[in-house]
Design a protein around this ligand. Structure first.
Ligand SMILES: Cc1cc2nc3c(=O)[nH]c(=O)nc-3n(C[C@H](O)[C@H](O)[C@H](O)COP(=O)(O)O)c2cc1C
Length: 207
């Protein structure tokens, strides 16, 4: 059975606007992909490993082309567990609000944990090469404001960042569904969630 890993970066549960849009995506996804399992990774409930000096030392050992051993290997067990969980999925769905023009710190923490040399990318003479091949990602995002106008786009560090960091590891087929603006009145919010749900259903059908 194939697996969609759903990474949740909003702590707002039932109140979440992002998850209201994700609900429409998942409903359509499950209809079109009855043979897929959906596994949830709710980052606000996850005790992610801290990037202590020892664990960061491990990253530099890997960057130097060596393998981890002894103490460092032990310190990396949790990191490797998260990387393996991520790599065991066949496709990815991220549900994330915009926080301070970018992503919530829990998602950044998760990214800092899993994006590791040797496991997710490697450096070659031509630069970084992603090791995650042929896997798709959908990102459902919501924002209080509206960053769709040309002048506002420069302040959007959410979509470009997610495209760049997952592109680094080889995930380049990423579709975004964005609900915005969410905090400029309840009527507009309702309308924009409805519109985003429609886009999400289509994205899930094509996924
Ligand atoms: C800590 C925090 C920071 C935020 N920063 C921004 C921001 O920079 N730009 C923006 O448009 N909205 C910002 N928002 C608003 C959320 O992006 C918006 O309300 C979103 O719809 C919340 O999604 P959720 O209900 O799924 O958590 C912020 C919200 C929080 C809690």
């Amino acid at each position: 059975m194939k697996k969609l890993l759903h990474i949740i970066a909003t702590p707002r549960g039932e109140e979440s606007r992002t998850l209201a849009v994700t609900g429409a995506f998942l409903e359509a996804f499950k209809t079109g992909h009855p043979d897929w399992a959906v596994e949830e990774l709710d980052l606000s409930k996850e005790d992610l490993p801290s990037l202590t000096s020892k664990r960061v030392d491990g990253k530099y050992v890997l960057l130097s082309g060596k393998d981890l051993s002894g103490d460092l290997k032990g310190a990396w067990e949790e990191i490797v567990r998260h990387i393996e969980r991520f790599k065991s999925a066949d496709a990815y769905l991220i549900s994330t609000p915009m926080w301070n023009l970018s992503i919530p710190y829990t998602l950044k923490h998760y990214i800092d944990v899993i994006i590791q040399p040797k496991y997710m990318f490697r450096y070659t003479e031509k630069g970084a090469e992603g090791l995650i091949k042929d896997k798709k990602m959908a990102v459902i995002a919501s924002r209080g404001g509206d960053y769709s106008a040309k002048e506002a786009r420069a302040a959007d560090f959410q979509e470009p960042y997610l495209r760049a960091i997952f592109g680094l590891v080889g995930i380049t087929d990423i579709s975004f569904v964005i609900a915005q603006p969410m905090d400029m009145g309840p009527e507009l919010q309702k309308q924009k969630i409805g519109e985003a749900q429609q886009v999400a259903r289509l994205a899930a059908a094509k996924f």
